[in-house]
Design a protein around this ligand. Structure first.
Ligand code: V47
Length: 384
């Protein structure tokens, strides 16, 4: 009887023919004995087929309005208990100041996520979006993960659809991809058992897509999960994307162990660059229906992020300001990169830099005053 055990040749044939890879293919690609450069070459083929030679970035800032969180995810170094001296909550004035700073710096996007505060009602989160949108309508608010939306369901007892519509009405533009972690319960139950499970997270994104809100998706790797859990995670995302088409970008997130219970109790080291590149490449190969793969430079480090542009990634995220989640967990990357530096990094990697907005329209900058910009035409994928 013919065996279906994958080989590099069988996978290469599938990739060349645009055929979908299976769980077994994914596991084969994750095996240490499968040469990384071969995996990377295949991923690069798909990357160039979809995104040509372009690498995208945006000009953005982060806003984490509070770090106080009811949940105790053991991988998180950012969260604080209600009475922890490290805990903070930003007031409206501080939130608006962040918006003003973003506009002054020519940002097109604010990425907003934070803790789930024990005492804040849904109106606090809604109002935050509203005051920022009212004051700075030109800024795209990429706000609240599936986990936060699930918390809002708990707070309001309202269906997800109603919550999302209220947020959109207040000014929410899209949703970031956080909170997905690892879907498989063997892992999820050990790192964040209390929060939104896979079913809830995926359903929230399904509803967002259904009401026309684009979202991103992520996977947190390099802790207690194995290759099976990672490939399973990617396949679950791929299945939802087949149904909705609403994911724009996948961001593989390398676990940073410093100052975390998960890292300390299991003596976990940050994943190697080789593991990072393999994960970027396998993500590109498995997620054949997600247009963009992001090499988040804050998390990967600059050198690995540049290399990732030839291992399947086509996006570096943005200039980024005020990032806390990774820096609290030991990231040694700079606090921000200038546009010139980002563009140089992309060119040095042999790609053509293109500034995009959050939902992948071209951004055109005023030649006299680069803090001023207009939204241009949607970015066309090569093989869409
Ligand atoms: O959900 C938390 C992860 C995520 C740690 O959508 C950690 O464009 C590693 O989702 N080590 C939040 N990871 C960040 C996120 C994100 C980042 C950039 C762009 C986008 C996007 C989304 O960060 C969390 C969790 O998976 N995280 N703690 C840690 N110690």
């Amino acid at each position: 009887m013919a065996t279906n055990t994958p080989t590099l040749d069988s996978i290469a044939r599938k990739v060349e023919d645009g055929e979908r890879l299976s769980m077994d293919d994914g596991l084969f690609l994750y095996d240490d004995s499968t040469p990384l450069h071969e995996v990377g070459q295949l991923a690069n083929l798909v990357r160039e087929r979809i995104n040509g030679n372009v690498a995208y970035y945006n000009i953005n800032t982060h806003l984490n309005p509070t770090n106080i969180c009811v949940y105790r995810c053991n991988f998180c170094a950012f969260r604080a208990d209600l009475r922890d001296p490290r805990g903070y909550v930003m007031d409206d004035e501080q939130i608006l100041a962040r918006g003003a700073e973003a506009v002054d710096n020519g940002c097109t996007e604010i990425h907003i996520v934070g803790g789930l505060h024990h005492q804040k009602k849904f109106d606090w989160y809604l109002n935050l979006v509203k005051i920022l949108h009212d004051a700075y309508p030109q800024l795209h608010l990429k706000a609240w993960t599936g986990v936060e939306i699930n918390w809002f369901e708990f707070l309001t007892r309202q269906p997800v659809r109603i919550i999302l519509e209220q947020l959109r009405e207040a000014g929410l533009g899209s949703m970031p991809g956080g909170g997905a972690e690892i879907f498989h319960p063997e892992v999820r139950d050990r790192i964040c058992e209390h929060k939104s499970d896979a079913h809830n997270w995926l359903n929230i994104h399904r509803t967002a897509h259904d009401v026309g809100i684009k979202t991103n998706c992520t996977m947190l790797y390099g802790h207690i999960e194995n290759a099976y859990h990672r490939v399973d995670h990617l396949i679950r995302l791929r299945e939802l994307q087949d149904q909705t088409g609403g994911f724009q970008t996948f961001i593989p997130l390398a676990f940073h162990p410093e100052n975390t219970e998960l890292g300390e109790e299991n003596n976990i080291k940050k994943p190697s660059s080789l593991m990072d590149l393999r994960t970027v490449a396998i993500s590109r190969l498995m997620l054949d229906n997600v247009p963009h793969i992001k090499a988040y430079w804050i998390m990967l480090g600059i050198g690995t992020a540049q290399t990732a542009l030839s291992y399947g990634a086509d996006d570096l995220d943005g200039t980024v300001r005020h990032e806390l989640i990774y820096h609290d967990a030991g990231a040694t990357t700079p606090e921000l990169l200038t546009v010139d530096r980002l563009e140089d990094l992309i060119r040095e990697a042999g790609r053509d830099p293109v500034e995009r907005d959050t939902v992948y329209n071209h951004v055109h900058r005023d030649a006299e005053d680069p803090t001023k910009w207009t939204t241009g035409e949607p970015i066309a994928l090569q093989n869409a």
